[in-house]
Every structure is written in structure tokens, then in C-alpha cells.
Design a protein. Structure first.
Length: 282
């Protein structure tokens, strides 16, 4: 789905941002578009549906890509949606697993941790390991909406996803051009806040500490503010030196990975909150 767009200051570029599951179709459409519109650049930034929608709202891209419908609150902010295609969401188990039929009510209990062993469903005596899409994914949002598990899912890969984001940051940071090191201060402060948030969320999980979980969640807005600050810094750097575009993209992606780590830490803190109170906090 395409979300409403604004008029770009650069009329020679059409920028898109959002859903990773739309990568192949957008790649094909982008090729056709540039072939039919000589001299116009087409860019695609695969950041996730949530970021694609927020990027349109914040005038950071021309077109937001989402694998979910717009929420009423987003429509009320002036966004419009154009349906590009329909896709499906499948639940997949290991090929050796004899379980072949799961009801929505059962899926809700599985993904919220009420049912934790396959033997409870007539299968073998083995732990259920839950793997899902990353935080910010439109597909994840759609799945959780359908199964009524929003913010309650106990995905096993949340911590491994943090590790993957860290690996991505290291890969980009080792190749950064130190010429533009004046922007590292903001990145450093963002990193410190992210590290603090992850530590708090993990400690809250281990200690079952509700107040610590709430404190961890407060860092989410702080990290988002750092992302906006870094983005604006990079825009200024590019205006001053157009040749710094590659550097700017690398730094922006590092900031985006920190933001995603913050999303994962928020999910961990929300699990703690739900396990203690039985309620999903706002």
C-alpha cells in the first residue's frame, strides 16, 4: 500500500520509505518509473511500514510504503492510502511438527505465552519457540491485530534482533569517513541512551521489575528525538557539501538501527509490564 505524499523540494527525485516486504515489487516499479521518466531519480529506503508512514507525516519522503492499512489516527492527520496489492500472512511450523491445525484463539495463547509446549496441543514434549517479524513491521502489526496479541507477543528473536542491529552498526561504523566527525557527538549520545534502555529492559525482564520496565520505555521518545536531530544535522551537511551523500546515508542508517534497537527494548519492557499487571500499558 502507498500512503499519501507531499511535494518534494527536489523535483528530480522521488523518494520512497517503508515496508521491507514490498522490496521486490517496488524495485520493479522503480525501474519502470525511471525508464519512463528520464532524469528523475527514484530511491527506496527499506525501514519498515511504521517508519514509512511516519516519514510521510514528517515530510522525510514523497511516498510511504506500508504492508498494513492506515490507522484512523493516521488518516485524521491527512494521509491517504492507495492499495497496490494484497498479500497474506502464514503461520509456519517445522516440517517435523505433527501439528497441522491451529485456531486463532490457540494462536493468541501461544504467542502471549499461555501455551508454551507443543504437548499441550497434542504434539511432542518440546518448547514452542516463537519467531516473527521485526518491530515496526506492518506484517507484524497485521498479525498481532488479527490474533489480538498487540504488544503481548513473546517473540524469541527480540534479543537476537538487537544483536543483528548491532552487527549492522559495526559494519557501517568501521567504514565511516572521519572527515565529518562533527556529527559523531549526536550519534554517541544516541548510542548511550540506547545502551541504557536495553540494559534497563533486560534487567527488568530478569528481575520482573515493573518500575524498571516503565523507566526503560521512557527512553523510546528520547531515542526518537535523537534520530530527528541526526537527520537534520545530516541534511545540513549535505547542503554544505553535496559530495558527503554516501557518508550521510551510512550515518542515517546507523541512527535507524539504534532506533530499531530501541523498539526491540520497548517490546521487552512491555512484556515485563504485561506479565506483572496482565495489562498492556500505553
Amino acid at each position: 500500500m502507498l500512503t499519501g505524499c507531499f511535494k518534494s523540494e527536489n523535483t528530480n527525485t522521488v523518494s520512497t520509505d517503508g515496508s521491507t516486504s514490498m522490496e521486490k515489487v517496488i524495485g520493479i516499479l522503480g525501474e519502470v518509473f525511471t525508464e519512463n521518466n528520464k532524469g528523475v531519480n527514484f530511491t527506496y529506503n527499506p525501514t519498515g511500514s511504521g517508519t514509512g508512514i511516519s516519514s510521510v507525516l514528517e515530510n522525510r519522503c514523497d511516498i510511504g510504503l506500508s504492508s498494513r492499512n492506515l490507522k484512523q489516527s493516521e488518516i485524521e492527520k491527512g494521509l491517504t492510502e492507495t492499495i497496490l496489492a494484497y498479500d497474506g500472512i502464514a503461520i509456519i511450523v517445522n516440517k517435523e511438527n505433527p501439528i497441522s491445525n491451529l485456531q486463532l484463539e490457540t494462536l493468541e495463547k501461544i504467542f502471549t505465552g499461555v501455551i508454551t509446549n507443543w504437548k499441550e496441543l497434542g504434539g511432542s514434549d518440546s518448547e514452542i519457540v516463537l519467531i516473527g517479524r521485526e518491530a515496526g513491521s506492518g506484517t507484524r502489526d497485521g498479525f498481532e491485530s488479527i490474533t489480538k496479541t498487540s504488544g503481548k507477543c513473546k517473540y524469541r528473536q527480540e534479543l537476537t534482533s538487537i544483536g543483528n542491529q548491532v552487527e549492522n552498526i559495526v559494519g557501517l561504523a568501521t567504514n565511516l569517513d572521519s572527515t565529518y566527525s562533527e556529527n559523531y557527538l549526536s550519534i554517541g549520545r544516541m548510542a548511550e541512551s540506547t545502551i541504557r534502555m536495553v540494559k534497563l529492559s533486560i534487567q527488568a525482564f530478569v528481575k520482573k521489575d515493573l518500575e524498571m520496565a516503565k523507566e526503560a520505555k521512557l527512553y523510546d521518545d528520547i531515542i526518537d528525538e535523537f534520530f530527528c536531530l541526526i537527520k537534520n544535522d545530516l541534511i545540513s551537511i549535505i547542503h554544505q557539501n553535496p559530495d558527503s551523500g554516501e557518508y550521510a546515508i551510512d550515518v542515517l542508517m546507523i541512527a535507524k538501527y539504534f532506533e530499531r534497537i530501541g523498539d526491540h527494548a520497548t517490546n521487552i519492557a512491555e512484556w515485563v509490564e504485561f506479565s506483572i499487571t496482565g495489562m498492556h500499558g500505553e
